[in-house]
Design a protein around this ligand. Structure first.
Ligand code: URA
Length: 191
C-alpha cells in the first residue's frame, strides 16, 4: 500500500478509537527526523495541530537552532487527545499528565506512524516519549538528555520537554547545549 494511504488508514483508526478530539501528527512522511512530544494541550485541540501553543513557540526556536524547517520534519505526540480534568470551581478543563492507560492506548498509533515514516532519528521531548519509545520505565530525561540512544531498531535523541524549560529557567542553557549537540549529530552522522 502507498505510504500516504497507509497513513490515512492509521489516522482514521485512531480517530474512530477516540471519544475526544484527536490531534494526530503532521508533517513530511519522508522526514528523516521525527519529533515526539507528550500530548496536545488546548491550543493544539483548537487548531487540530501538534505544538502550536506556547510549547510550539519554543519548538520554533528549537528548529532555528538546529537549522530545520517544520516542512522537513514530522511532529507528533505519544497521546493524541488532550489529557485533562475539570476544575470544580471554574468548570473549565485543566491539563494533566497523561495516564498509563492513555499512553498504552495511543503508543500503538505512534509506533504505526513511525513504522510508516521510518525516520533515521527520533527526537523525544520529555519523559513520556522517552520511556515509551525505549520501552524502559526507569530511564529519565534528566540523565539521558543530549546523547543518542540506539535501541536496535530506533535511534533516539532525548531532549527535555520545551515546557519544562519554560518552567525551569535553569534548564535553558542545558537545553541549548543539547540542541547544539543535536545539530552536530544531524550535520555529522546523518548527512
Ligand atoms: N503541545 C504538544 O503538541 N505536545 C506537547 O507535548 C506539548 C504541547
Amino acid at each position: 500500500m502507498l505510504k500516504e494511504k497507509e497513513y490515512e488508514v492509521v489516522k482514521k483508526a485512531c480517530i474512530e478509537d477516540s471519544e475526544e478530539a484527536v490531534v494526530f501528527g503532521e508533517g513530511n512522511l519522508d522526514a528523516k527526523i521525527v519529533l515526539v512530544g507528550e500530548a496536545p494541550g488546548s491550543k493544539e485541540v483548537e487548531l487540530k495541530r501538534p505544538f502550536v501553543g506556547q510549547a510550539g513557540k519554543n519548538l520554533d526556536e528549537f528548529l532555528e537552532v538546529v537549522e530545520l524547517n517544520r516542512e522537513d520534519i514530522y511532529i507528533t505526540n505519544v497521546v493524541k487527545i488532550r489529557p485533562h480534568r475539570i476544575n470544580e470551581k471554574t468548570g473549565r478543563k485543566v491539563n494533566r499528565p497523561p495516564n498509563k492507560k492513555e499512553i498504552e492506548k495511543y503508543s500503538r498509533y505512534l509506533l504505526e506512524e513511525l513504522n510508516i515514516i521510518k525516520p533515521r532519528l527520533i527526537v523525544t521531548l520529555g519523559n513520556v516519549p522517552l520511556k515509551t519509545l525505549t520501552d524502559n520505565k526507569e530511564i529519565k530525561v534528566s540523565e539521558a538528555h543530549g546523547s543518542v540512544i540506539d535501541t536496535g531498531d530506533k535511534m533516539i535523541f532525548p531532549l527535555y520537554h520545551p515546557a519544562a524549560v519554560i518552567y525551569n529557567r535553569k534548564l535553558k542553557s542545558v537545553y541549548l547545549g543539547d540542541l547544539l549537540k543535536l545539530s552536530k549529530y544531524i550535520n555529522g552522522s546523518m548527512r
